[in-house]
Design a protein. Structure first.
Length: 208
């Protein structure tokens, strides 16, 4: 089938995940020190920003990948659903990370591990989709096929960094969250090393 319906589903899941993040921002009710209470909740803003940037960048990267896909099959759909499972769940560990980030407790370590594990699963499932298209390149327009091995490596490298965040979380949850943020910053300021995959630059022959 052509990729139009899949792209619509992907865009919808990403939009919902980005929207759900904002629901966990602090909303002090009847506070007598609103400014102080809002400032005190700074981990919520940081967690929101990191997750928003991460999800947004993933959407850009995924859109770049799909710009070169001319058809999809059941196996690729299954891999994409696994990826979307990880995307849709990100607001949950984000809220936990915001709530426990500054607490030097076992709960803070668990929240940091859960957040990094979710991001690791997200990165691995994304790379899984890239890898499938690399092997089954008949689904990809011919001009873009040489770029897909590099795309797979980029997705896999970005995901595996979260293994370090998981290990660091055992000693320092804040340091683990800093690694999570560093990954987002790196991909925000870096350009894709995938030659020939510029978003919207590849004619896939239509979608729908």
């Amino acid at each position: 089938m052509r990729p139009g319906r899949l792209e619509a589903l992907v865009d919808g899941v990403f939009a919902i995940a980005l929207t759900l993040l904002v629901l966990d921002l602090p909303k002090p009710v009847q506070s007598r020190h609103l400014g102080h209470d809002l400032l005190h909740a700074w981990p919520s803003y940081v967690a929101y920003l990191v997750s928003f940037v991460t999800i947004g960048l993933l959407w850009i990267e995924h859109h770049g990948m799909m710009s070169a896909v001319r058809a999809v099959n059941r196996r690729f759909l299954e891999r994409t659903l696994a990826f979307l499972l990880c995307i849709s769940i990100i607001p949950w560990p984000t809220a936990l990370a915001a709530g426990y980030a500054t607490q030097g407790t076992a709960e803070a370590r668990l929240a940091a591990i859960l957040y990094a594990t979710t991001m690791l699963a997200m990165g691995l499932t994304f790379a899984w989709g890239w890898r499938y298209l690399t092997i089954h390149d008949s689904l990809v327009v011919e001009a873009a096929r040489p770029a897909f091995p590099a795309g797979t490596r980029r997705a896999l490298t970005g995901g595996l960094v979260y293994v370090l965040a998981i290990l660091v979380a055992i000693a320092s949850p804040l340091a683990s969250f800093a690694i999570d943020a560093a990954v987002a910053v790196y991909f925000a300021v870096s350009t894709s090393n995938v030659p020939g995959l510029v978003v919207g630059s590849v004619d896939t022959g239509g979608s729908g």
